[in-house]
Design a protein around this ligand. Sequence first.
Ligand SMILES: [Zn+2]
Length: 183
Amino acid sequence: MPLSDALVHSAFIEYVAQNKKEKRIRYRHCQKDSTKHISRQRDHLIKCKSYLKTMKEQEKHNSITRKAVGMVDESQQPLINNQLFSHKRKQLDKLIAMVIYYEGRSLGLYEDEAMKEFFVNGIGYTSPSRDRISETLLDEAYLDTQEQVKRLLNETSLLNFVSDESNNQPGDRILNMCVMVKG
Ligand SMILES: [Zn+2]
C-alpha cells in the first residue's frame, strides 16, 4: 500500500450499508458519507476543510496536506508547470531523460509517488510519464548525445580506443567502448 493510501485509510471508517451488501465509508473529520474508492477519497481529503483544519491543529504534515498546499501555490505563483516556465520545463524534461540514459535507471523512477511529490511541491514541476520518457525523451537524449560525440570525433586529430565489458540492467554482458580524444 503506498504511503498516501495508508493516510487516506486513517481518515475514514468503513461500514456495510443497512439492507445492502455495499461497503460504504464515512469520513472521520467531516462525517461525509461516501462509496469506497481510494483515489476519489484522496481527492476529497485534499479539498476537505475539516480534514485539513484538523491536520493543521495537530501540526501533522503529510502528502495530502502538502498536496493541498501545492494546489493553493499553483494558483498564486508562476511555478514551472505554468506556461511562463515552459522553457524551464523542457530543460528539466531533458535532464530527467539524461539521468535514466546515463545512469541506466528504471523508466519508472519518476513515477514513484514520493519522487513526483518532491518535484510538484518542491518546484511545481510535474515529472514526465514513463510513456513520454520511453517514447520521446530518451530518443531526444540519445540523439543529443550522438551529436555531441560526432562533433568531438570530427574535431579531434587523435583517437584512442579502450574497450571493457560489464553487465547491463537485465544482467546481460555488454561491450563498453570508450573513445578518448585529444583534449
Ligand atoms: Zn471531508
